[in-house]
Write a protein that binds this ligand. Structure first.
Ligand code: OFO
Length: 170
């Protein structure tokens, strides 16, 4: 059985993960509208991964006898000022999500909820990868994306990103 604080934090995190998916769907749509289909694909893969994260949280709650309540997800945008802007926003967003995961970890640690700590270990590691992936993309955009030929090459490269199911199975 989960403590009420942990349950609430995990429920909130379900919302944050699906909100992340929604944000990335907006970014996917922005790039698709600019015919940058590789960038659009990169964010499409993000959308699928975020849905996985939300579903893993839900399943963990269910596995512990808890049926989550769903709260409203805020509106998002598909309108950005520049090709770089969604990348900056995505990085800031991942840093925020890392803070939220860390907050749940902290609460589970204080409550000596060792089961939840083990569950969250995967997310702690995943957040490291999420931040690095976007940071790498920003660096590559800054190196190669400033002229049309470089942007075309980078877009072609990003078109090759494929979705893989999460390594965590519940
Ligand atoms: Fe779910 O990792 Fe990004 O937000």
């Amino acid at each position: 059985m989960l403590g009420s604080e942990i349950k609430k934090l995990l429920e909130d995190q379900v919302k944050h993960e699906f909100h992340s998916a929604y944000i990335y769907l907006g970014m996917h749509t922005y790039y698709a509208g600019k015919n940058l289909n590789g960038f659009a694909n990169w964010f499409d893969v993000q959308v699928k991964e975020e849905c996985d994260h939300g579903r893993l949280m839900l399943q963990y709650l269910l596995n512990n006898g808890e049926v989550a309540e769903f709260s409203a997800i805020d509106a998002i945008t598909s309108d950005y000022d520049s090709f770089r802007a969604p990348l900056e926003e995505a990085y800031k967003h991942e840093v925020l999500i890392t803070e939220k995961i860390n907050r749940i970890y902290e609460a589970a640690y204080s409550a000596k909820d060792f089961r939840t700590l083990r569950f969250l270990d995967w997310f702690i590691q995943e957040q490291g990868e999420e931040e690095k992936n976007v940071d790498d993309l920003i660096k590559r955009y800054d190196l190669f994306g400033k002229d049309s030929q470089g942007l075309y090459q980078l877009d072609t490269e990003l078109a090759a990103r494929v979705y893989t199911a999460p390594s965590l199975v519940l």
